[in-house]
Design a protein around this ligand. Structure first.
Ligand SMILES: CCCCC/C=C\C/C=C\C/C=C\C/C=C\CCCC(=O)SCCNC(=O)CCNC(=O)[C@H](O)C(C)(C)COP(=O)(O)OP(=O)(O)OC[C@H]1O[C@@H](n2cnc3c(N)ncnc32)[C@H](O)[C@@H]1OP(=O)(O)O
Length: 149
């Protein structure tokens, strides 16, 4: 898939449908985020801009901020495919420092499911397909009431 061209064919996710998230909620001023859906696949997408307030080392986005956004974009795949799940494990590989104020794109997808476990992968790239981070995680399906739904 070509990024960002491919994003033009995706459906922007209505960011007002859930506004209480730490990562993407209405209080979030430091991370600009727009999610996108692909109705035809078990994928979820994000366009992200980390402002300077998210820096760790000067000028470089904090690794925890990157992990948080990857976690939510990965987790959302399971919710939107009617498999509410929580993160059991998350591994992030940081391939190069991400400068603040640079737009990047995330693609996440379900790799496989095994019983209650959903294996989800993600990657963060810039418009030239340069890889900044990738991730894999195991999300475990839970009943709606365990996560307040
Ligand atoms: C905002 C945009 C999104 C839009 C979505 C729209 C609407 C949704 C509305 C609200 C949601 C909003 C946003 C959601 C998006 C993302 C949020 C990010 C996700 C998170 O941030 S979420 C918080 C952090 N997260 C936790 O708070 C989990 C704490 N934890 C536990 O709640 C338990 O620990 C649990 C449930 C994990 C397991 O407990 P349990 O008792 O239910 O089940 P059990 O232990 O039997 O495990 C069952 C099978 O999972 C395997 N397993 C377990 N743990 C493993 C591990 N670490 N590694 C590898 N495998 C593991 C076992 O080995 C077994 O596998 P097997 O069956 O094969 O033996």
């Amino acid at each position: 898939m070509k990024i960002p061209d491919e994003f033009q064919h995706l459906t922007p996710y209505n960011m007002n449908s859930y506004t209480d998230s730490f990562v993407s909620g209405k209080q979030q001023k430091y991370i600009e985020l727009q999610y996108y859906r692909d109705e035809n696949s078990l994928k979820f997408y994000a366009r992200v801009l980390f402002h300077v307030e998210t820096q760790g080392a000067p000028g470089i986005v904090h690794g925890g901020a990157i992990a948080s956004v990857l976690d939510e974009t990965m987790g959302a795949v399971s919710f939107l495919n009617k498999m509410p799940a929580v993160t059991a494990s998350l591994t992030v590989n940081y391939h190069r420092p991400l400068p603040v104020e640079k737009t990047v794109y995330i693609i996440t997808q379900v790799e496989k499911t095994e019983g209650r476990k959903i294996y989800i992968i993600g990657k963060m790239v810039d418009k030239n397909q340069r890889l900044f981070a990738d991730s894999k995680g195991i999300f475990v399906k839970v009943p709606n009431e365990r996560i307040g739904l």
